[in-house]
Ligand binder design. Structure first.
Ligand code: SF4
Ligand code: SF4
Length: 643
């Protein structure tokens, strides 16, 4: 039975009209409010294709590319300027002189400007939070909807770009919050946790994608093989299905889900949350081929022979990096990822005694906190890098705003997110920063001591490997019962017979075009962690969506939708607004700290109570829409005047 849907009157995404006085409403630049998800993706694909072709047209005739891309005002300007200047040269030509040379140079400049400018889209201001998000989730939209009690619509806005809102709302590293304008003179809006709030609040079962597919069923007559059923592969599968492709999903394991299901411990992400979201994807009429290993059970050439029109490889970064001097042959040495897998999928691991975790990344933090929960007496982390120093803010006089002074990423500081480190320290994990293990003492076949030394600085060799330079006379020892190595992971290219040649397709997300060799002529893309090594989950999700759009453009060309841009002015956000008025601090989530009321692995962050969530969402300034901001200021001032 098809679900009865109540659409917002007017607009679904450009909800401004729905939440503001309708007489004051302004239309969104794309007017996408009435469009289905498929149509909105069509628009994106079309815009991208046009942007790619426009410079060639403008090279032929200045302004033509702008017209083609829908920027007719600018196009007309360039179309008028070029003949005007050429005409001037011709009309005034008698003999070559400095004036004519200058004019010719100006013509050339106009031509070049027309080519360069035609690559850009019509101006449409995105708030800094959305720009910072790898998946370009429209944070301001959904946060604003959450503030207004429109939870279902808010969730749909997120799901239009990210199929795992409950998961991402728990484990995303939220760069959006780092750049949130609210954080410039206070605390950023809790963008990430609000995503989780709307996901928790909306009644289940509710499959947004199934509804979108069933509402306008369409088939484009092409099948795509997606290899790897982690977040990136599943994201590609969802958006390919939305666009009308048939999708076959392959994975080496007997189940779909990938890294979050295997390696993320339950105190950060309860398994049933992610599993429910994975199942929602698997309901979309996919051809499932689990337990099939690329390079062993099938090859890329086999997939081409089966009649697929394209392949998306999302194989992740599944090979652990090992340290040469950790004597795995003795007892007490564990691999971090294997340990996490046992913790997450196994019956529970016991680690009595002293644990030393080697590594300074997020996986090392997960390993250390899981070791705490597995009964360790004391857990220490040793890493080459220094612990983070808190970042400074400085006033930018020219822009009249506060900006963060970012630490340059020189490999000098621990790669783990600072809040992950703080959470580990809060659970009594000791961090030994700027330290390296040199050797281990083994007694009766078991590790008993780690010999360590302080690190003076970290050099990088031509292959990009970290080479610690040790300080003399700084040796120290750490008593250990267990040593767990968590120094990173890399993609495993063995299944492809070595690392293939890859061409980056996007500056914003890890997506590449693969040169597969082996007589394979269909487009093969790779995305997520498989491209450059471990990235974030949202990076992988964004790459999967991007891959779906790219394959559509490659295989079917222009989507059947008409683009018409509306002209509108772009309003930059007000510097420091409304901090001078509104000093409401960030609301805190409910927490259940270790040892946890439902066992050691019970979730630590429990999300927001409804009233608290709405208050938190209301702190968003809607930096993209001045109209909303103004009304919020007025409402705020009125409430203060009345009080
Ligand atoms: S205040 Fe709202 S719109 Fe502005 S950057 Fe923060 S979350 Fe985004
Ligand atoms: S996906 Fe992550 S970065 Fe993007 S808006 Fe959500 S929390 Fe922020």
């Amino acid at each position: 039975m098809t679900e009865q849907i109540t659409y917002l009157e007017g607009y679904r995404e450009c909800h401004l009209c729905a939440v503001e006085d309708k007489t004051m409403a302004r239309r969104c630049v794309h007017c996408t409010g009435q469009l289905s998800l498929r149509e909105r993706m069509y628009l994106e694909i079309k815009k991208r294709r046009r942007r790619r072709l426009a410079p060639y047209l403008s090279a032929l005739v200045p302004g033509l590319g702008h017209w083609y891309a829908g920027r007719r005002y600018v196009g007309t300007y360039f179309l008028a300027m070029a003949p005007l200047s050429v005409g001037l040269v011709l009309a005034t030509y008698q003999s070559w002189n400095w004036g004519l040379s200058t004019m010719s140079l100006a013509i050339l400049l106009i031509w070049v400007m027309a080519i360069v400018d035609s690559k850009t889209t019509p101006l449409h201001y995105k708030p800094p939070c959305q720009n910072a998000c790898p998946g370009k989730v429209p944070c301001s939209y959904y946060v604003h909807m959450a503030a207004n009690g429109m939870d279902r619509e808010s969730l749909e806005v997120v799901e239009a770009v990210c199929p795992f809102p409950g998961t991402i709302g728990r484990i995303c590293h939220h760069p959006c919050e780092t750049l949130c304008n609210r954080g410039k003179d206070g605390e950023p809006v809790a963008i990430c946790a609000l995503k989780r709030f709307v996901d928790d609040t909306v009644d289940r079962p509710f499959n947004f994608y199934k509804r979108e597919i069933e509402r306008q069923p369409v088939s484009v007559g092409h099948s795509i093989a997606v290899v790897g059923a982690g977040p990136s592969g599943l994201s590609a599968a969802v958006f390919l299905r939305i666009l009308g492709f048939d999708v076959s999903l392959y994975d080496a394991r007997e189940f779909g889900g990938g890294t979050p299901l295997i390696f993320v411990p339950g105190y950060r992400l309860p398994r049933e949350i992610y599993r429910r979201e994975v199942e929602r994807v698997l309901e979309l009429d996919l051809d499932l081929n689990f337990g099939k290993v690329l390079g062993k059970d099938f090859t890329l050439a086999d997939l081409q022979k089966k009649g697929y029109s394209g392949i998306y490889l999302a194989l992740g970064a599944m090979r652990s990096v090992s340290l040469p001097h950790t004597g795995e042959e003795s007892e007490g040495f564990l691999d971090g990822r294997e340990f996490l897998e046992n913790v997450v999928l196994g019956e529970g691991v016991r680690l009595p005694g002293q644990v030393l975790v080697i590594g300074g990344g997020n996986v090392a933090m997960d390993v250390a906190r899981s070791a705490v929960r597995s009964g360790a007496d004391k857990v220490k982390i040793i890493c080459l890098e220094k612990r983070h120093i808190s970042r400074e803010k400085q006033f930018h006089y020219f822009k009249n705003e506060w900006t963060e002074k970012k630490t340059e990423d020189t490999g000098e500081f621990m790669p783990a997110w600072s809040w992950e480190v703080n959470d580990a320290v809060e659970e009594n994990v000791e961090i030994i920063d700027s330290g390296a293990t040199i050797s281990f003492d083994i007694e009766r076949g078991r590790v008993v001591r780690a010999r360590c030394q302080k690190v003076e600085r970290i050099d990088v060799d031509p292959q990009g490997r970290l080479i610690p330079v040790l300080q003399d006379n700084t040796d120290f020892t750490v008593a250990v019962d267990w040593v767990i190595t968590a120094v990173g992971s890399t993609p495993d290219y063995v299944s492809l017979g070595g690392r293939p040649e890859m061409t980056n397709l996007s500056e914003e997300v890890p997506l590449s075009l693969v040169a597969p060799g082996d007589g394979v002529s269909i487009p093969v893309l790779s995305g997520g962690d498989f491209v450059n090594g471990p990235a974030s989950v949202i990076d992988g999700i964004a790459a999967g969506r991007e891959a779906a759009c790219y394959l559509y453009g490659e295989l079917l060309g222009d989507p059947p939708i008409h683009i018409r841009y509306q002209r509108r002015f772009v309003h930059q956000p007000w510097a420091n607004y409304p901090d001078s008025f509104d000093k409401r601090g960030r609301r805190k989530q409910n927490t259940d700290r270790f040892p946890g009321s439902n066992g050691p692995f019970s979730e630590v962050f429990l999300g927001y109570r409804e009233d608290v969530a709405r208050e938190e969402a209301d702190r968003c300034m809607r930096c993209d829409w001045p109209l909303v901001r103004e009304s919020k200021v007025k409402r705020f001032l009125n409430s203060r005047l009345k009080a």
